[in-house]
Design a protein around this ligand. Structure first.
Ligand code: SAM
Length: 306
């Protein structure tokens, strides 16, 4: 049973019109499906969290991977065997009720290792999921992400302390470039520093627009983030450090002092910001985009003390 053919069948059967407000672009390319599945490193017996299963294209491939029945040479052509022992577990969180309904009718009966939850991933407690399904151990996350909330989802996963082993995601090419950018690069943004703080990124594939239905306006890429055992730098206040990073990059034309003082997320006066910036040896006119993670960590610690 080829997952892509199944997706086309479901689109026709249920007369699916992709919902823009949920960022729905269904994957319809078997080779890309194989690439993202392989890049995820998911294997027999694993627990996997999938964000936004849609019509179940990637979900089917992941179920076959965790149960050891995925046949890459024939892109999932082997029939799943519901009689077989349910090895591994795929938990899929989908926001669109209609798609949850279709998954329950069409996909879940074929895969005993699949569980679908209706919900918003931004309101889902990943730590609880790891406790409940994986004995609190770090989990693998895989997704063809809805583009309208890609950055908030990635930031949430990287900023939070949730136990995560790896994150393999399809994102807009532009976001993938930002995730891979080093401090000081033209593409560097808050998400680049969040990635550098907690993970090692790896670009697994570039994906053209015609691999989806409906066709998105931009090209995509599959990126895998391997989460580090320890963050790259140490700070006494991780939350404050990320607030500073977000303030700096949301107003990148301003000096760091003005960006910090003008941030609604931070309650820091211009004088206090200036004092801390000078205390850690930075120029009073420096812009946030010039700082590396170590400098942000030091600045967060200095501001915390003051
Ligand atoms: N995985 C499917 C595929 O590859 O064809 C669908 C991918 S589509 C780009 C994104 C999916 O995420 C859609 O099914 C959409 O309804 C779902 N989604 C959007 N926002 C979400 C959210 N906040 N939480 C969970 N799922 C969400």
């Amino acid at each position: 049973m080829n997952p892509v053919e199944e997706t086309y069948r479901l689109i026709k059967k249920y007369d699916i019109h992709a919902r823009k407000r949920f960022g729905q672009n269904f994957l319809t390319d078997s080779h890309v499906l194989e690439k993202i599945t392989r890049a995820s490193g998911v294997g027999e017996g694993d627990f996997v969290l999938e964000i936004g299963p849609g019509l179940g294209t990637l979900t089917r491939a992941l179920c076959e991977k965790v149960s050891g029945t995925w046949d890459a040479s024939d892109v999932g052509a082997e029939d799943p065997s519901p009689q077989k022992e349910a090895r591994g577990h795929v938990l899929a969180v989908e926001i669109d009720y209609d798609l949850v309904d279709i998954l329950e009718k069409e996909v879940m009966p074929l895969y005993p290792q699949l569980e679908v939850i209706e919900g918003d991933i931004l309101k889902t407690d990943i730590t609880e999921i790891s406790k409940k399904y994986n004995n609190g151990k770090p989990i693998k996350i895989v997704a063809n992400l809805p583009y309208y909330i890609t950055t908030p989802i990635i930031m949430e996963l990287l900023e939070g302390a949730a136990p995560v082993e790896s994150i393999t995601v399809m994102v807009q090419k532009e976001v993938a470039d930002r995730m891979m950018a080093a401090p000081g690069d033209r593409d560097c943004g808050a998400v680049s520093l969040a990635v550098a703080y907690r993970a090692v990124p790896y670009l697994a594939a570039n994906v053209p627009q015609n691999c989806f239905k409906p066709r998105p306006n931009v090209s995509s890429a599959v990126i895998r983030l391997d989460i580090l055992d320890e963050p790259l730098v140490h700070t006494e206040d991780e939350k404050l450090m990320f607030k500073l990073i977000r303030a700096a990059f949301s107003q990148r034309r301003k000096t760091l002092v003005n960006a910090i003082a003008g941030s609604a997320e931070l309650d820091i006066s211009k004088d206090a910001a200036l004092l801390a910036i000078q205390k850690v040896g930075l120029s009073p006119t420096v812009r946030g985009e010039k700082l590396d993670l170590k400098a942000y960590a030091k600045l967060a610690d200095a501001l915390r003390k003051s």
